[in-house]
Ligand binder design. Structure first.
Ligand code: GLN
Length: 285
């Protein structure tokens, strides 16, 4: 690139470099990186294509572009991700919220009438719990995660989005005091569900830069569902509901696990790509 960087030219150069690095949506990502660095909106590219980047902006842009070429996810570079219409802070300690997971929030939201108490297992950035709580309705909620670092991110997000949310560190239900048994109306979770052996074949953004502990669902990917299905009934109120995100080939196994553990009304919801995405069920009454 020339020594003075101009807006449109930088965007096109960046697109080429990202394409060469194997980034799928190179044009979009080049523009988003530039907008992030220059603190401007999409219209800038069209209204002011010859705008010069300041020396500081140019330095920062090239630095982040280099990182994106090394397949560090864009959201880790900008420090934010959008989910369910809200902005979440993210870093390398949490799974980046996915649009697939919005299906789970949408399904869970349908059964809220007001005042429910929600438990989110493997909360990560807190995106599921905080999206639900931000709907108002006098809801309360707790998120648990094994990772202290993830909970620090969730806590930051809660300050802006739903300050009443509580976060507890620990292994699934192990984070909760016994006194919370039979106290939840809803359990939601997007647990790690990738089979360990499949992780190296995921795209580098995921396999190399997202936390392994947020992805790895054990040998067959079902380890967390087994434990959640077995223990959830003890923490849900009678008639309470559970919503689990699943991998698209896991519906039959996860439905069977819930049914074996006494859940009724077990069903599957597909995502917008028509892939099985969420399993839900109702605890015995
Ligand atoms: N609940 C968070 C999310 O859906 C984190 C999930 C995880 O770490 N497996 O993004």
């Amino acid at each position: 690139m020339s020594s003075v960087l101009r807006y449109r030219e930088s965007c096109l150069e960046a697109q080429k470099r990202l394409e060469a690095a194997g980034v799928e949506e190179a044009a979009l990502e080049a523009r988003l990186l530039l907008e992030h660095v220059c603190g401007c909106e999409r219209s800038e590219l069209y209204l002011n294509p010859e705008r010069e980047l300041s020396a500081e902006e140019a330095k920062r842009f090239l630095e982040l572009l280099g990182k994106r070429e090394r397949r560090i996810p864009l959201q880790q570079l900008t420090g934010k991700a959008f989910f369910y219409g809200l902005e979440f802070a993210v870093n390398g300690d949490v799974l980046i919220p996915r649009s697939d997971t919005e299906i789970l929030v949408e399904e869970a939201e349908k059964c809220l009438s007001g005042g429910e108490n929600i438990l989110d297992l493997c909360t990560g950035s807190g995106c599921i719990l905080l999206s639900l709580l931000s709907r108002g309705k006098g809801l309360s909620g707790t998120g648990t995660d094994l990772s202290e670092k993830a909970l620090a991110v969730a806590g930051e997000n809660a300050k802006r989005l739903a300050p009443a949310a509580a976060f507890l560190q620990g292994d699934l239900f192990g984070a909760l005091p016994e006194s919370r048994k039979k106290s939840f109306d809803l359990i939601v979770s997007n647990p790690p569900y990738i089979a360990s052996g499949e992780i190296p074949s995921l795209m580098p953004e995921v396999a190399e830069h997202e936390p392994l502990s947020a992805l790895d669902g054990g040998e067959d990917g079902l380890a967390f569902y087994r434990r959640i299905a077995m223990e959830a009934g003890a923490w849900l109120k009678d008639g309470g509901r559970i919503f689990l995100e699943i991998g698209c080939d896991q519906a039959a196994d996860v439905c069977a696990l819930l049914e074996e553990n006494g859940f009724a009304e077990v069903r599957v919801r597909k995502d917008y790509a028509q892939l099985d995405r969420v399993v839900c069920g109702r605890a015995e009454i």
